[in-house]
Ligand binder design. Structure first.
Ligand code: FAD
Length: 546
């Protein structure tokens, strides 16, 4: 069997290695048009920020090491320029000498990835980041030209990672331009405010709700014209506007794609030609939660799909059932984890949902170093099935997000979360893990013990009666203008101060005391709603900048 692979990074190299482990006799040829195979794209922003010092540390395999370990023929600087499916051949151009030749295959694997969007005219002062060469070029440009102002267009993962990494440069003004109303699209706007505040506090300016209309090079500067008519000058522009699947080669050969150019594959990653497989950033995937076609260009899915491709070629039928979009991002001293779907997807796809927000500690508070995190989870109001989660904090964000990603993948409900037995000792977690607490909080609402409401909903109400059940000292420190204060521990003796004819919206600092207050008041005949997230979430996410 002869297998030809197009693209030698996450998807392509992983497929090649698995193929060899399954079939010692197969002939495997890997084409990569760049200089390197199997490099760590995900490490590139950290190389630019000098966290990773040497570019060699990004090269996980070389053609030589791949040959030695896996007996795979790697041809770098060779671009596949045509697929001749009817003859089972590919046409290849050697980038060094321009020579064009053909190679036959029994099975063809397409792992060409996705390219950064760049709708602007070419300029040495506009750069994108996809591979090691790009990273080296950006770093060199900055070192040689010492720009005073860098503008990052696009506030997704890569844009934010780059901003953090560049923020260490002395005397550099950094801006992120984003046309949406918040950075990191898979987040909800409220959770994104944690990110905005953190970036602002670290000197990074964020301009939201303002797309870029035009970019011009004027003298030694770049001029960026925004949709609102404002102009920004910059010494260097880093484009992080997202990626588009690099599938022209496949499209020209009649491989089926969706309207956005992502290759359509079945559960074994086969295209409409059973001898041609595709994977990674080039393909459309099924979204595990929405069960609809989606585009999730991440390294984890590409690697897992590679195993499925190799398995199927070697007659082992494992399936790729879909992606969740689980991702994590370090932002200065905080971390952000995301999995499943957010509110805008629920609204777009008419998926019924409710929100739960809790802010538990990373571990037992009596053990030194515990830090607070915020978990926003979406769930099915009837069944309690977990649909998505966004986690922000300093510690354990990866752990909590991963548990919730597992829960979503296994279609678990809040009731299942309550039952999870997770490891505990004071330095690591609390007796009730944040995941158990999340399950409890959702169950309380589904079982009718409390009715929850979000700040967003409260703020739409005309003249709501808001009860603050924090302590006098907390209230004096800062409070909502309209809120009436009755500390929780005085509530039972001050019931007569509260109106029976009105709905009382109750908040505390993070939501636990307000839940207790709701239980006391509802059992005394009051109409109450618990404002989830509490004053902490209000200050951090609803009215940020504090
Ligand atoms: P790629 O890794 O892009 O590889 C495709 C290769 O195919 C390219 O090297 C290209 O040169 C080659 N190629 C294309 N066409 C041809 C052709 N015709 N002939 C020969 N060769 C060809 N994901 C995460 O999950 N976490 C992260 O933290 C993360 N950080 C990232 C940071 C950066 C800066 C970037 C750019 C990406 C990051 N990603 C991250 C995304 C992740 O790297 C991709 O999802 C993953 O690499 C996709 O793998 P792939 O094999 O589909 O494509």
């Amino acid at each position: 069997m002869k297998i030809v692979i197009v693209g030698g990074v996450a998807g392509g190299a992983t497929t090649a290695a698995r193929l060899r482990r399954l079939d010692e006799n197969a002939e495997i040829i890997l084409f990569e048009r760049g200089n390197h195979i199997s490099f760590a794209n995900c490490g590139l922003p950290y190389y630019i920020g000098d966290v990773i010092k040497e570019k060699e540390e990004l090269l996980l395999q070389t053609p030589k090491s791949f040959k030695k370990r896996f007996n795979i023929e790697v041809r770098v600087k060779q671009e596949v320029i045509k697929l001749k499916r009817e003859d089972k051949k590919v046409e290849v151009q050697n980038k060094e000498n321009g020579e064009i030749y053909e190679e036959t295959y029994d099975k063809l694997v397409l792992a060409p990835g996705a390219e950064p969007m760049n709708p602007f005219p070419k300029s040495t002062k506009i750069k994108t980041l996809r591979n090691v060469e790009d990273a080296v070029e950006i770093k060199k440009y900055i070192n040689e030209n010492r720009p005073k102002e860098i503008t990052i267009i696009g506030g997704g993962y890569i844009g934010v990672e780059l901003a953090e990494n560049l923020s260490k440069e002395k005397d550099l003004r950094l801006k992120i331009l984003e046309r949406n109303d918040h950075l990191i699209a898979p987040l909800d706007q409220d959770m994104a405010n944690f990110v905005h505040t953190k970036l602002n506090k670290n000197g990074i300016e964020i301009i939201l709700k303002n797309g870029v209309q035009e970019v011009k090079e004027i003298d030694s500067k770049m001029e960026i014209l925004l949709q609102n008519g404002n102009k920004i000058e910059s010494d260097l522009i880093l484009l992080c506007m997202g990626v588009i699947p690099e599938t022209n080669l496949a499209i020209r050969a009649g491989i089926k794609t969706n309207e956005k150019g992502s290759i359509i594959v079945n559960e074994w990653m086969q295209t409409n030609d059973e001898n041609v497989y595709a994977l990674g950033d080039a393909v459309q995937v099924n979204h595990i939660v929405t069960e609809s076609p989606s585009y999730i260009p991440l390294a984890g899915p590409a690697n897992r799909q590679a195993r499925v491709v190799a398995n199927h070629i070697c007659n082992r039928k494992t399936s790729y059932l879909g992606s969740l979009g689980s991702s994590i991002l370090k932002i200065f001293d905080c971390n952000l984890g995301i999995t499943g779907i957010n509110e805008s997807i629920c609204i777009r796809d008419h998926i019924p949902y409710k929100v739960m927000i809790i802010s538990p500690y990373s571990h037992a508070t009596y053990y030194p170093g515990a830090t607070q995190m915020t978990i926003k989870a979406l769930y099915d109001p009837k069944t309690g099935k977990i649909l998505g989660a966004q986690v922000w904090g300093k510690e354990s964000v990866d752990k909590i997000t991963d548990i919730l990603a597992t829960a979503i993948r296994m279609k678990m409900t809040a009731y299942d979360l309550e039952e999870l037995e997770l490891c505990y000792a004071p330095p690591f977690s609390s007796v009730k893990s944040p995941v158990n607490i999340l399950g409890n909080s959702i169950e309380n609402e589904i079982e009718g013990l409390v009715e929850n409401i979000t700040w967003k909903e409260v703020m739409k109400l005309e003249d709501p009666y808001i009860l603050d059940v924090r302590t006098n000292r907390e209230y004096e420190n800062s409070h909502l203008e309209k809120a009436v204060l009755i500390p929780l521990d005085e509530l039972r003796t001050r019931l007569e101060e509260l109106p029976k004819e009105r709905i009382i919206y109750i908040h505390c600092h993070t939501g636990l005391r307000s839940y207790i207050a709701c239980r006391i008041l509802s059992q005394n005949g009051f109409q109450v709603k618990n404002i989830i997230g509490g004053y902490y979430f209000y200050k951090k996410a609803i009215e940020p900048g504090n």
